[in-house]
Design a protein around this ligand. Structure first.
Ligand code: ARG
Length: 572
């Protein structure tokens, strides 16, 4: 593993520890040197000492001579580090020879990622965009880092609405109903069923007895239910293919999968003495959860009508993820409205002893997608926006932009590129800000080739690729000796060495935006380099060095974008 930043941090840490244990030096890139460490200020405050003096003492205790050319205390007590050129060059050579670009693959944990989770016979709408895009980026990053990812698409495929959905299926006739599904017109199907349920008493009665038949395991009813589920899964599959998401049908483990386990959940909770009857329902009251009146809040495991609910299913799922899948990390990429639900499920699972302390269990929470009016994104007619419509609009926009930019591609090829650009635009906009925040869906800004956008990064990659195209012959790095004599090539080299720490900090914080920020910075470093250092007109060893830097830039952008689920076309 090549991780320059971590190598420095480890040395600095020992210097800090030698002076006073417990401080945490954080390295940042700096304009005045290669890195700046700023832990001395906080430590000085804690010890009531003069910060510059303390920083001097730390520098005195540091052994960094084989890595750094210069170590200086600056400002109020920052430590500026300038790396030895020979060290940067050696690191870069190692990186160039490594197909993983310095990223180690040592840890192998089982990471269960619960994401997407659409509902059967319901359209996938903009609300599913973030869970799907963020979850998929995390799954890709974890896989690349060497972990075993178990994706769980926890679809809503069980519950009382299936009574009316099955009856509506019968009314339409199976063939007709399947046709509606394959056209992706799930909204109409669901709405029609709902209207009949609300307006037609006979239909309502039929739907109710259908639910009973479904829960009782009636085979014809189960067959009809299966039709709805299978048709929906195949529709979801089309959407995933369209947005290039790695979820496969085998990742679908819907709510119904846990039906058989729910009795066991409730029995074990009862045996553990955790179950309390409250207003006819079976509940657990995990300590620390209260409603607005300050009363203890129940997690309802079995409802008054004897049916199990969403919480029981999630308890069973969690238990399976720990004991059967042996998950070391359980991630739930689920929106903020379900935060309390999940916290309570986690708390109950801990009380019941199903969630050992060593297992990291976390909701990967995210904010909303807003419209230009800063309210929840809605279509013009005020309805929720279908995910595929959103994508189609972005493709159209990207197509026009490619035309305006004088793209030489046409027909099929341009449409393919427009799709790649549109996906980059949508995914990058979603991933590039801190996920807890809401963001405004502004297609114009997202699709632009300038600024902190997906298409900008794709374009940077295509520009580097074009250098190799113009070279006219295949290029292979052969014993490149890095001198890095110009500021811009040195800055680019340092950027290239930054992938491993960027990826590991993205993963430890579960924040894909850190990888985005890294890639954007790298693309900018490349632009400065390319302005200052002509490549093809250079000669000899210098030309080889510059080509090697370009090659590494292309590889890093390609890998980084791939980890975000974004294509890197060679030509744009
Ligand atoms: N189907 C759910 C919904 O539409 C999302 C499932 C989230 N995952 C979970 N394990 N609860 O809200």
């Amino acid at each position: 593993m090549v991780d320059t930043k971590t190598a420095l941090e480890i040395r600095l840490q020992s210097a800090f520890d030698a002076v006073e244990p417990g401080a945490d030096p954080v390295l940042r890139p700096s304009d005045h040197a290669d890195f700046q460490a700023n832990g001395a200020l906080a430590l000085a405050k804690r010890l009531g000492r003069h910060p510059r003096e303390l920083a001097e003492q730390i520098v005195g205790a540091a052994s960094l001579d084989d890595l750094c050319e210069k170590i200086e205390v600056s400002g109020p007590g920052f430590i500026n580090l300038t790396l030895l050129g020979s060290f940067v060059a050696a690191q870069l050579s190692t990186l160039a020879a490594d197909s993983r670009l310095g990223v180690g693959a040592a840890r192998t944990e089982n990471v269960v990622v619960d994401y997407s989770g659409p509902n059967v016979a319901k359209e996938m709408h903009v609300g599913h965009l973030r869970t799907t895009v963020i979850g998929d980026a995390l799954a890709r990053m974890y896989r690349f880092a060497g972990h075993t990812v178990i994706a769980r698409n926890h679809i809503g495929d069980w519950g009382t609405p299936f009574g009316m959905l099955i009856e509506h299926l019968l009314d339409l006739g199976e063939e007709q109903a399947i046709a509606t599904f394959s056209m992706g017109d799930l909204n109409t199907f669901y709405k029609e069923a709902r209207v009949k349920f609300d307006d037609d008493d006979a239909f309502k009665a039929r739907s109710r007895s259908r639910v009973v038949a479904l829960q009782g395991g009636d085979s014809e009813t189960l067959r009809l239910w299966r039709v709805l589920v299978d048709e929906s899964i195949s529709y979801f599959g089309e959407v995933y293919a369209k947005i290039d998401v790695t979820l496969v049908p085998g990742d679908v483990v819907g709510e119904s999968h846990y039906n058989e386990m729910l009795e066991g959940v409730i029995n074990d909770l009862a045996t553990a003495g955790l179950l309390v009857e409250s207003e006819g329902a079976q509940c657990v009251f995990p300590p620390g959860f209260q409603n607005r009146e300050g009363e203890p809040l129940p997690l309802i495991v079995r409802k008054r009508d004897d049916g199990f609910g969403y919480a029981a299913t999630d308890l069973a799922a969690l238990r399976e993820r720990v004991s059967v899948l042996h998950g070391d990390e359980l991630l739930y990429v689920v929106g903020a409205p379900q935060a309390q639900h999940l916290e309570m499920v986690f708390a109950v699972a801990r009380l019941a002893g199903w969630l050992p302390d060593g297992v990291r269990c976390e909701q990967v929470i995210f904010g909303n997608v807003l419209g230009p009016d800063h309210k929840m994104l809605k279509s013009r007619s005020g309805e929720t926006v279908k995910l595929v419509d959103l994508l189609d609009e972005a493709i159209e926009r990207a197509y026009v932009i490619l035309e305006e930019r004088g793209s030489q591609l046409d027909g099929e090829a341009r449409l393919h590129l427009a799709t790649q650009v549109a996906l980059a635009a949508i995914k990058y906009a979603d991933l590039s800000s801190e996920r807890q925040h809401d963001y405004v869906f502004d297609l114009e800004r997202m699709v632009a080739f300038e600024g902190d956008t997906g298409p900008y990064l794709q374009y940077a990659h295509a520009r580097v690729s074009s250098i190799f195209r113009r070279l006219g012959e295949p290029w292979q790095a052969r014993d490149v000796h890095f001198e890095l004599a110009e500021g811009a090539s040195r800055a680019l080299a340092l950027g290239l060495l930054g992938l491993p720490p960027a990826l590991s900090s993205s993963l430890s914080s579960l924040q894909p935006h850190r990888l985005c920020t890294y890639l954007f910075d790298l693309a900018q470093r490349f632009t400065s380099f390319y302005d200052a250092c002509p490549v093809l007109s250079a000669e000899g060893a210098l030309r080889e060095e510059r080509l090697a830097l370009c090659d590494l830039t292309a590889r890093t952008l390609r890998l980084g974008l791939d980890l975000l689920g974004i294509d890197a076309p060679d030509q744009m």
